[in-house]
Ligand binder design. Sequence first.
Ligand code: SAM
Length: 244
Amino acid sequence: KLSRRLQCIADLVPKGSRMADIGSDHALLPAYLVKVGIVPFAVAGEVNQGPYEAALRQVKGSLIEDQVQVRLGDGLAVLTPNEVDCITIAGMGGSLIASILDKDSAKLEGVSTLVLQPNVGEEFVRSWLSKHGWLLVEEHILEEDGKIYEILLAVKQDEDTFSVEDKLLYTEQKLGNVTLDRQWLMQLGPHLIREPNDILIRKWSSEIAKQDKILATMAATSSEEVKVKREQFEAYKKALEEIV
Ligand code: SAM
C-alpha cells in the first residue's frame, strides 16, 4: 500500500501512459503503477547508488521485472527522447525539480504530463512550468505524518492555445479585495487559493506567524533595504490574511 502522498501522485498518472519516475528511490511508485495495471511500462531513474540498488531489489525477480526498468543516472539523462509520455518527480526541493527539468529539456520531447511534488520551494516549480509552456491543471495539498505536501499536475500545451483564463492563471487573480500578482500566485498556488481547504489555511497561518516574527526583528533596524522588505512582507501578509 502506498503512502497517501504517493497514492495522490499515482492517481494523477494517466492510465495507459508510459511513465518515468525520476529520483525514484525504492521504485515504489513505478512498481505500484505497473502492478495495478495503470501503466504498461515505467522507468525508475536514480542518481545515487544506494537508492538505485534499492529500486533494483524492488523489481528484480518479480513479475514486473520486464515492465519496470531501473536506470542509474542524473535526472532526465536516463531517458531517450519520446520514450515516455508522463514524468513524475517527487520528494525533493522545488529548485532541484526545476533544475532537473531544465538540464536536459530535449528529453521532454513527447512528454505530455508532469506530476511534481516539491517538498519545499513550490514556487520554483510553478515558475518553471509557466515559463516553459506547461499548463498547471490541478493542485493538491495533503497532510501526512505532520508534513504538508503539495502535488502539481501539468500538461504540455501549445501557448497559442492558452485561453485568456489560462494566461491569467499565472499572472493575476483576485482574492477578495486583494489582487494576487504573479509572485503570490507562484507561492500560494493558483488553483489551491481558489478553494482554500483546512490544510492550506494551516500552512499559511503558520507562514504568517513566521513573517510576523521576521517583521518584529526588522523593526529594530531601518535601512532602506529593510524598509522595502517590510513593505513586501506587509503586502504578503495582507494577501494571506484574505484566505486564512
Ligand atoms: N520519489 C520518491 C518519493 O517521493 O518517495 C523518493 C524521494 S527521495 C527523498 C529523493 C530521491 O531523489 C533520492 O533517492 C535521491 O537519490 C534522488 N535524486 C536526487 N537528485 C536526483 C537527480 N538529479 N536525478 C535522479 N535522482 C535524484
